[in-house]
Design a protein around this ligand. Structure first.
Ligand code: GLN
Length: 435
């Protein structure tokens, strides 16, 4: 029998769910708002597609890169708990500022959100890890549950904020995302009683018991190396996976047959499909890996990440199938897209929640938040590369880009599996902490 999870988990679950609701809601309408003409009903900013995508690329990168200062603030100054609170306030202020129809408000709103996500996102993830002591076997499943919360926010926001933004007005959409964040803050404040033990500021002197800073031990250094290697995987993974919001989104709109029973499903609705798959299959994939672990078969985090990259990459082979079918100017079957997302999500579930849990296990205590910050910065870099890869399709063609992603992920994943054994020897098995 597995023991119940700590009471702090639902608090962090709901706070992060609302934060992601606000983030993905805003993300869903940002480009639409930027490119909408300045005249007529529900006017936008009148930007070109290319300009809008550039801003979008910088924005999605910066929100995650700001996790590094967010982590530093937590480790050196405030502790994770207070930094999460600060982040929530900044995001809510940012979203509500965007609700004002004015250019200055627009840019300052974005700046607030970027700083806020940087403070909140990495530190709330580290706090989830802090709910479990070293060796607690519930840690991985705790992160799976947390990840499902993230995706409830991510699945519902594009539908709700997207609808309000497009139909009632962009600024109502931004405002609604802000209200979501305020609800998250309310849950967080209410739940403080369950978070007494976690996320508090611990000074370096306190950890080390001396005024002089002690260098990392050999074992800690090995672990940091393993973490840095995993961050490389993370960049490759998100660079491919994040095609969903860009290239795959446009492809769905233009070349996938979306008519079911005479109704053409809007392309934007498919943006919620990966998140829905995470909610449906999250526990199944986690249970599979846990079972393997019990049988003492290889299931260390780096192994899961390599396999995850291969499975996700195979999803792009299906997109190549779609591109082949649509090559002569026709449209491709919807099933290609759906099964491609399914494989991508099975890959994601073997990487993303695994990485979060893994970082909280391996990072030296005094760098716990900073390491999480660097992890998110790596995902941010992946997002930016994703934009560049997506752009390639305008010249090279979609078939070539989808197939290229597939081959690259496959080769990269297999290389990791080969290299993996060497790495184990090199780092004295530092990546294998069985709980
Ligand atoms: N989709 C996940 C989330 O929104 C992971 C994002 C990431 O790691 N960059 O939290």
């Amino acid at each position: 029998m597995t023991r119940r999870h700590p009471k702090g988990l639902p608090i962090l679950f709901f706070t992060e769910m609302w934060e992601r609701f606000s983030f993905y809601g805003m993300r869903a309408i940002l480009v639409l708002y930027l490119t909408k003409e300045t005249m007529g009903d529900n006017p936008g900013m009148g930007w070109s597609n290319a300009d809008a995508l550039v801003l979008y690329g910088w924005y999605t990168m910066l929100v995650y890169v700001m996790s590094i200062p967010g982590g530093i603030i937590a480790d050196k100054l405030l502790g994770q708990k207070k930094t999460v609170f600060l982040g929530g306030i900044l995001i809510a202020v940012g979203q509500l500022t965007l609700a004002i129809d004015n250019v200055v408000a627009f840019y300052s709103g974005l700046a607030f959100i970027i700083s806020g996500v940087g403070c909140l996102k990495p530190n709330i993830s580290t706090m989830v890890g802090g709910l479990y002591k070293q060796g607690d076997s519930r840690r991985d499943s705790g992160f799976t549950i947390f990840y499902i919360g993230i995706n409830i926010g991510a699945a519902s926001a594009p539908l709700i904020v997207g609808y309000v933004g497009e139909v009632y007005g962009w600024h109502y959409g931004f405002g609604l995302a802000g209200i979501g964040m305020l609800l998250g803050q309310a849950v967080y404040i209410w739940g403080q009683k369950f978070l007494k033990e976690v996320g508090n500021f611990v000074s370096v002197q306190h950890i080390e018991g001396t005024k002089k800073s002690i260098p990392l031990t050999g074992k800690e250094k090995d672990r940091v190396i393993v973490l840095l290697i995993s961050f490389l995987i993370v960049i490759v993974f998100w660079a491919a996976y994040e095609q969903a919001g860009g290239l795959m989104n446009i492809y769905t709109k233009e070349k996938i047959d979306r008519v079911i029973l005479g109704w053409e499903i809007p392309a934007s609705l498919f943006q919620s499909v990966p998140a829905l798959f995470v909610i449906i299959f999250g526990t199944t994939v986690a249970a599979y890996w846990a079972k393997r672990n019990k049988k003492n078969k290889e299931s260390s985090s780096l192994f899961k990440m390599a396999i995850g990259t291969i499975i996700m990459g195979t999803g792009f082979l299906l997109m190549s199938g779609a591109a082949l079918e649509a090559e002569d100017g026709g449209k491709a079957m919807l099933a290609w897209l759906i099964f491609s997302y399914l494989l991508q999500v099975i890959g994601e579930l073997s990487i993303s929640p695994v990485a979060l849990s893994f970082i909280t296990k391996l990072a030296p205590l005094k760098y716990a938040s900073i390491m999480m910050g660097v992890y998110f910065a790596a995902t941010g870099l992946g997002n930016k590369v994703a934009g560049l890869v997506g752009e390639l399709a305008t010249n090279a063609g979609e078939l070539e880009v989808f197939t290229g992603i597939f081959i690259f992920c496959l080769a990269f994943g297999f290389l990791l599996l080969v290299f993996f054994r060497k790495l184990k020897a090199l780092t004295h098995g530092a990546e294998e902490i069985k709980e």
